[in-house]
Design a protein around this ligand. Structure first.
Ligand SMILES: *Cc1c(COP(=O)(O)O)cnc(C)c1O
Length: 511
C-alpha cells in the first residue's frame, strides 16, 4: 500500500530518514511525553475498569497485521497505546485490583526500569559491567538485612520465583552427588527414585521445576496440611518414612511462607528439625528450600519477622521484590547458603567468556541464563526512595487493611471467613442462612457473586478452592489502595451480593 504513496513525513524525527538512533532532542521530546503519559496513567488508573473488558482477539484485530515499511511518527504509536492497548490492559496498578497477589510497582521502580533499559548492560560477567554485579550483590545484602536473615547468605536476582525455585532444586540435585550434570538421568540404573516434598498448598512452580529437572511430577510428593493450611510436619515425616520403604531418596523439602491460596505459613523450623534428623540418620543431604515469594517480605516489619523463623536453617530462600516490595515485574531474589552448589550445577564457560578476574562474581555461572538484565538498579532505587521504615510502614498498612476486611466479613451476617489471614490476603465466601448447608448452592452463589463483581470493572477479585469449597480471595498490597477506596470496594461487593441473591443465584431452582 505504501509503495505508491509518499510516506507521510509529518511528525517524523530527522533521524528516522537516516541510519542512526533517535537523536537527543527527539529523545527528550518523546521522553517527556512518555513520562507525562505514565504520570497521567498512574494518577487516573482508579477511574478505568480494573479488569480488561475486551473479547479475545479484539486487541490484535485493531492493529495492523503487518509491520510498517516506512518509519512512523513515535506519537502515532503512543496514540495507539492509548486507544487500543490501554482498554486491553487489566490494571494491576488499580486501587481495586485485589486478585491473585495485588502487585504494584512504584515511581522509583518505574524510573529504575527506564534507567536500566538506557544503560542496556548485560551482567553476564563481572567485567561486562562491574557495577551491575556489585550493585546486585549489595542490594540483595540490603534486602537480607531488611528481612533479618543471617549474614553470609549470598544471592542472585532472577526473573521469577519459578526460576529461583528451579535453580534451587537444581542445586539440590547437584548436592545429591549423582553427577546428573554430566551423565543426565535417562537410562541410569544407579539412580534411585528421587522425591521432593512440599505441601498440598505449595505453588505449582515446585512441580514445574521437577518437570524441568527431569524428576517428573511423580518426583514431587505433596503432604497434607493442618486446619490452618500449614504443612503438617508429622505427615511429612510419615510420607518420607513410607517412601524410604519403597526405595525413594528424599532430595528436598520445600515449605512455603505465605501460600498462594491463603498465605498460610508453614512451620519452617520444624521442617528444618526433621530434615536434620533424617540427614543424620540417612547419611545423605536433603536440601531445604523456602518459598516466600510473597509472604517473605512481611519480615521487613519487625513485628512480622516471625514469618521467617527457621529460614536461617534453609539452604535457599526465594522472595520476590516484584510481589510485595513495589518493584516493577520482574525481580525475584534467590538467597543461598552455599553458591558453590549452583555454580557446580551450572558453570560452563566457553573460551570466549573466560577471564582472569579474581575474587569476583560472574552471575552467568549461577544459573541458566547467560545474558542478564540490570534488575538490581530498580530495587536499589525503591529501597533508597522509601527507606526501611517507609517500606515497613507500607507493608504494615496492607496487613492492617486486610484486618479491616476480616472484620467486615466477620460482622456480616451472610459471610464466612474461610482461612486465617496472617498477612494481607483474606479468604471468605457468602454462606447465607437460607441456603442452609447446601454446598452446591453456595458454590453457585459465590461463583455468580464473583463474576458480577468482576464484570462491573469497579473491582477485581480472584478465587480459590479450600477443602472442596469455592472461596473468594481479596489481596491487599497496592500502594494506591486508600482506606476510602477499600470502603468503596467493599460497598461494591455488598451491592453485587445483594443483586446476585436477588437474581436467584445459588437458590436450588436457579441452577
Ligand atoms: C507468586 C508465587 C510464586 C510464583 O512467582 P513467579 O515469580 O510468578 O514465578 C511462587 N510461589 C509462591 C508462594 C507465590 O505466591
Amino acid at each position: 500500500m505504501t509503495a505508491s504513496a509518499e510516506p507521510a513525513r509529518d511528525g517524523l524525527d530527522p533521524a528516522q530518514s537516516g541510519l542512526g538512533d533517535m537523536d537527543a532532542d527527539a529523545f527528550r521530546r518523546h521522553g517527556h511525553a512518555v513520562v507525562d503519559l505514565i504520570a497521567d496513567y498512574l494518577e487516573g488508573v482508579g477511574e478505568r475498569p480494573v479488569l480488561a473488558q475486551v473479547r479475545p482477539g479484539e486487541v490484535r484485530e485493531a492493529l495492523p497485521a503487518t509491520p510498517p515499511r516506512a518509519p512512523e511518527p513515535f506519537d502515532a504509536a503512543l496514540d495507539d497505546l492509548e486507544r487500543v492497548l490501554l482498554p486491553g490492559i487489566t490494571h494491576w496498578n488499580h486501587p481495586a485490583f485485589h486478585a491473585y497477589f495485588a502487585i504494584t510497582g512504584s515511581g522509583p521502580g518505574i524510573l529504575g526500569e527506564a534507567l536500566s533499559a538506557a544503560l542496556n548492560v548485560n551482567g553476564m560477567l563481572w567485567r561486562t559491567s562491574p557495577s551491575a554485579t556489585e550493585l546486585e550483590e549489595l542490594v540483595l545484602d540490603w534486602l537480607r538485612q531488611l528481612l533479618g536473615l543471617p549474614a553470609g547468605l549470598r544471592a542472585i536476582v532472577t526473573d521469577s520465583a519459578s526460576m529461583s525455585t528451579m535453580l534451587a532444586l537444581a542445586a539440590a540435585r547437584e548436592q545429591a552427588g549423582l553427577d546428573v550434570r554430566q551423565r543426565g538421568l535417562a537410562g541410569r540404573a544407579d539412580v534411585p527414585l528421587l522425591r521432593i516434598y512440599t505441601s498440598e498448598h505449595a505453588h505449582s512452580s515446585v512441580e514445574k521445576a521437577a518437570i524441568t529437572l527431569g524428576l517428573g511430577r511423580d518426583g514431587v510428593r505433596t503432604v497434607p496440611t493442618d486446619a490452618q493450611h500449614r504443612l503438617d510436619v508429622t505427615a511429612l515425616g510419615e510420607a518420607v518414612r513410607e517412601d524410604l520403604r519403597f526405595g525413594y531418596r528424599p532430595l528436598a523439602f520445600v515449605p512455603t511462607v505465605g501460600t498462594t491460596s491463603t498465605t498460610s505459613i508453614d512451620p519452617v523450623g520444624a521442617v528444618a528439625e526433621l530434615r536434620d534428623e533424617l540427614v543424620a540418620e540417612l547419611g545423605h543431604p536433603i536440601w531445604l528450600h523456602v518459598d516466600g515469594a510473597y509472604g517473605g517480605m512481611a519480615a521487613i516489619c519487625p513485628e512480622l519477622r516471625w514469618v521467617l523463623d527457621g529460614v536461617e536453617r534453609a539452604d535457599s530462600f526465594v522472595t520476590n521484590p516484584h510481589k510485595w516490595l513495589f518493584t516493577p515485574i520482574d525481580c525475584s531474589a534467590l538467597f543461598v547458603r552455599e553458591p558453590a552448589w549452583l555454580t557446580r550445577a551450572f558453570s560452563l564457560v566457553p573460551e570466549y567468556l573466560t577471564t582472569d578476574d579474581e575474587g569476583v562474581t560472574d552471575y552467568m555461572d549461577w544459573g541458566v541464563q547467560l545474558g542478564r538484565r540490570f534488575r538490581a538498579l530498580k530495587l536499589w532505587l525503591v529501597i533508597r526512595y522509601f527507606g526501611a521504615d517507609g517500606l515497613a510502614a507500607r507493608i504494615r498498612e496492607h496487613v492492617a487493611q486486610a484486618q479491616r476486611v476480616v472484620a467486615w466479613v466477620e460482622q456480616h451476617p451472610d459471610l464466612e471467613l474461610m482461612a486465617p489471614a496472617p498477612l494481607s490476603t483474606v479468604c471468605f465466601r457468602a454462606a447465607p442462612e437460607d441456603l442452609g448447608g447446601d454446598e452446591d448452592a453456595r458454590r453457585r452463589l459465590n461463583r455468580a457473586w464473583l463474576a458480577r463483581i468482576n464484570a462491573t470493572g469497579e473491582a477485581y477479585l480472584s478465587h480459590t478452592e479450600l477443602d472442596g469449597r469455592y472461596v473468594l480471595r481479596l489481596a491487599l498490597g497496592n500502594l494506591r489502595t486508600t482506606d476510602e477506596r477499600l470502603s468503596a470496594t467493599l460497598a461494591v461487593l455488598e451491592r453485587e451480593l445483594t443483586t446476585a441473591r436477588a437474581a436467584g443465584s445459588g437458590t436450588p431452582a436457579a441452577g
